[in-house]
Structures are given as structure tokens and as C-alpha cells.
Design a binder for this molecule. Structure first.
Ligand code: SF4
Ligand code: SF4
Length: 391
């Protein structure tokens, strides 16, 4: 499986240390032993050589994401990557994504100024959970102070340097999330068009921080309404889950004459996504870093059988759980790392999110039908069968 597939997404974690101390931080509960470790030059060089020599087979236009911990704590590592991989970055048009908490960005700005020629390929993802009161509830600095104001100021600085389309705001949804659509509206008015809403993943001991499934649905319905409102005004934005569902719905409509050709909708971990930790160990994605059983070996010696076993287990779990569902080709089935952290098993999909997903998909289909009246009757059939529970 590994030999046939090319990586579409490589995640590099230069460090797991951070200048913030968020209450729900996944690094606190992942069984890690190397929080203060920074990636060595040797590991950087090994990753670069593995990409150059195609031992790590990246597809053209693949995304290389730098994340942590907090990447702005080790600008020298990103700098080394950019210098050593410069020709390949340009030739293969890799997309570079730097994921930051946005608290201190002077080192990031220096990098952006230094590598002007690859600037069009660089995107920044910045984590903000909502307006000040909501964001500051969980996202604090090391002294326990809120971080919203400093991050907002830094975001405005970044907007002077980068086109707003190069910036994504990632918001973690928690039990404190409220009216996230108004937050999106405000930042959309700054010109930002890319948003990601990610329900917090916590172990059972911190389950009170999770967003309640009904709130999750309510929040998404309001975001979907705003999404279609903006689409009508020709001022669109994207949100990852909505984009995923729209893509699947529209693709399915177009190819319905031959639905067997529709690619299976599975989590790409280990197949088209891999993550590399600060010591050069490889995992199926960044959320697995520190879970020993999911370590796939060193960059130069990836255990392909282990990858295949993980992927097989996920597919079997999903097929078992979702086999009779009409939405199997549209639904994303949820995050596999969430299964591991919340249910201690990658193949157990949290049932509580299932009806929410159905309702979100059905609501998108309903909104889409209002602007595309000729939407395939297949969807009308789905609507009828599942009944619109959100009404
Ligand atoms: S910014 Fe990210 S890595 Fe840092 S403490 Fe918060 S959740 Fe953890
Ligand atoms: S809605 Fe539930 S059963 Fe249907 S595909 Fe999604 S996760 Fe599976």
C-alpha cells in the first residue's frame, strides 16, 4: 500500500515544547517522553535526503506542514529545511503550511521575509478558538493569562505581510463554543477565507471540555447558513468539513452513472499522510505522536506491515459500523485519532457524533438543493429515507 501511494501530506514536528499552556493540550495526555527535545540537524538532513531521493515519496503539490508544540520556538529548524530543500520546494511546488499558536511571531516574520521567493507557496494556520472570552478560557500562556489580544495583534501584523487567502484560522470547538459563525463573520471581514473547526479531542478524564453533540450541530447549522449566504453574495469562504461534504456530494452527483468508481472515503493516515516527530520517528499522523504502538519506525526504515495493519483495522471498523448507512460515501466518519484517545481503539467510532454528521450532511444537501434545483434525485431519495431530523 505504501509503495503504490504517494504522500499528499507530510507533517513535521520540530519540537513538542510550547510557549502556551492550553488546558486541553493533547501533548499533555499523549504518552510522550521528549517534550523539550528539538529536532537535530542530522534529523532535518535525513528528512530532506529522504524527500530528495524519493524514499519519502511526496506527490507534486504535496503539503508539508510544520507543527508542534510551537514551531516559532525553533525557527532555525524551518530555516534549515527551507535552505536544504529549496530547489525541490520550487520544482515540485510543494505547499508549505506553518501551524502556529500565534503568540510570538517575530521569528516567523523573519522567515517569511527571508524566503520571499517561496512566499507564494507558504500558508499559515493560526489557532484562535473564538472571541476573547471563549478563546481565553482554555488557551492561556504559561502564567495562566489569556492570549487572545496578543494573537489578534499578531494576526493583524501577519496580514500586512501575507495575502489574507494565505492564512487559515483553526478553531477548536469545546463546551465553551458559542456562535462561532459570528467569529467567522468578523475574521471573514478582515479578508480571511479559510477556516477549520475541530472538535476538541480529550481523554475521558477531560470529557467535560468536549463540545456537546447537540451544540456541535447547532454551531454547524449557523456556519452552514452563513456559508451559503456568502456564496450567494459571491464572497465565499471555506471550512474544512463543509468543503469535504460539498466535494463528496457534488462528485457523487456527477458520477452517479458509475458509482463504483467513486473512491472510498477513508481516513488517509499512514497512506497519504505521515508525521515525523522531533527525534525522526514516523507516525500515521501528528495526533498519534507519542503513542508507542503506532510508531512506524524511523524515516529510513518505515515498517510497512504495521502501516497496512493499522489501515486495515480502520477500514474494517468503519465498514462494520457504517455498512448500512446511505451516507457512507459522503461522511468523513470522524477522526481516527479521536477513536484512539477517546475510546482507546482506532476502530471504534464515537456513536454520539453519528446522527450529528447525518444532520449536517442532510442540511448541506437541503441548502444545495435550493441553489441547484436539478440536484440528482439520488439525494432526494436519501433525504426521504433518513428524514430530516434537524427540522
Ligand atoms: S498552543 Fe497547541 S501545543 Fe501549545 S499548549 Fe496550546 S494546544 Fe498545546
Ligand atoms: S453517518 Fe454514521 S454510520 Fe453513516 S457513514 Fe457517517 S459515521 Fe458512518
Amino acid at each position: 500500500m505504501m509503495q503504490k501511494s504517494r504522500l499528499k501530506h507530510l507533517q513535521i514536528l520540530p519540537t513538542l515544547s510550547c510557549n502556551m499552556n492550553c488546558d486541553y493540550c493533547y501533548i499533555k495526555f499523549a504518552p510522550m517522553t521528549q517534550i523539550n527535545y528539538k529536532m537535530s540537524n542530522d534529523t532535518v538532513d535525513l528528512i530532506v535526503e529522504s524527500i530528495r531521493q524519493k524514499k519519502l515519496q511526496l506527490s507534486d503539490n504535496a503539503t508539508i506542514t510544520f507543527l508542534g508544540g510551537e514551531v516559532t520556538l525553533c525557527p532555525e529548524i524551518i530555516d534549515r529545511f527551507f535552505i536544504k530543500l529549496h530547489d525541490n520546494l520550487k520544482k515540485n511546488k510543494y505547499i508549505i503550511n506553518i501551524q502556529t499558536n500565534g503568540l510570538e511571531i517575530s521569528s516567523l516574520i523573519e522567515i517569511l521575509r527571508k524566503f520571499k521567493d517561496i512566499l507564494p507557496q507558504i500558508n499559515i494556520t493560526i489557532s484562535i478558538d473564538g472571541f476573547e472570552k471563549i478563546h481565553d478560557f482554555y488557551r492561556k500562556d504559561k502564567n495562566g493569562n489569556g492570549t487572545f489580544k496578543r494573537i489578534q495583534k499578531n494576526l493583524i501584523m501577519l496580514l500586512r505581510l501575507l495575502h489574507p487567502s494565505k492564512i487559515t484560522i483553526q478553531s477548536t470547538l469545546t463546551n465553551k463554543t458559542k456562535n462561532i459563525h459570528n467569529f467567522i463573520k468578523t475574521f471573514h471581514s478582515y479578508g480571511i477565507t479559510k477556516f477549520q473547526l475541530v472538535p476538541v479531542i480529550t481523554p475521558p478524564s477531560l470529557s467535560h471540555m468536549r463540545i456537546k453533540p447537540t451544540n456541535y450541530l447547532d454551531e454547524y447549522i449557523k456556519v452552514i447558513d452563513y456559508y451559503f449566504e456568502c456564496l450567494k453574495k459571491e464572497n465565499p469562504f471555506t471550512e474544512d468539513l463543509i468543503s469535504h461534504y460539498l466535494y463528496r456530494i457534488l462528485s457523487l452527483t456527477n458520477i452517479l452513472t458509475n458509482p463504483t468508481n467513486f473512491p472510498e472515503n477513508i481516513c488517509p493516515i499512514g497512506v497519504s499522510v505521515l508525521a515525523i516527530d522531533p527525534k525522526g520517528y514516523v507516525y500515521p499522523c501528528s495526533m498519534f505522536v507519542g503513542f508507542k504502538d503506532y510508531c512506524l519506525g524511523r524515516i529510513d526504515n518505515i515498517d510497512k506491515t504495521k502501516v497496512e495493519n493499522i489501515v486495515r483495522k480502520v477500514i474494517q471498523g468503519r465498514r462494520k459500523y457504517c455498512r448500512n448507512c446511505k451516507l457512507i460515501n459522503i461522511c468523513d466518519h470522524g477522526c481516527v485519532a479521536r477513536n484512539l484517545i477517546e475510546k482507546s481503539d482506532i476502530a471504534i467510532f464515537p456513536k454520539e457524533y453519528c446522527s450529528i454528521k447525518r444532520n449536517i450532511i442532510l442540511y448541506i444537501i437541503k441548502k444545495l438543493s435550493s441553489i441547484l434545483p436539478n440536484l440528482n434525485p439520488y439525494f432526494q431519495h436519501i433525504e426521504k429515507e433518513l428524514s430530516l431530523q434537524y427540522l
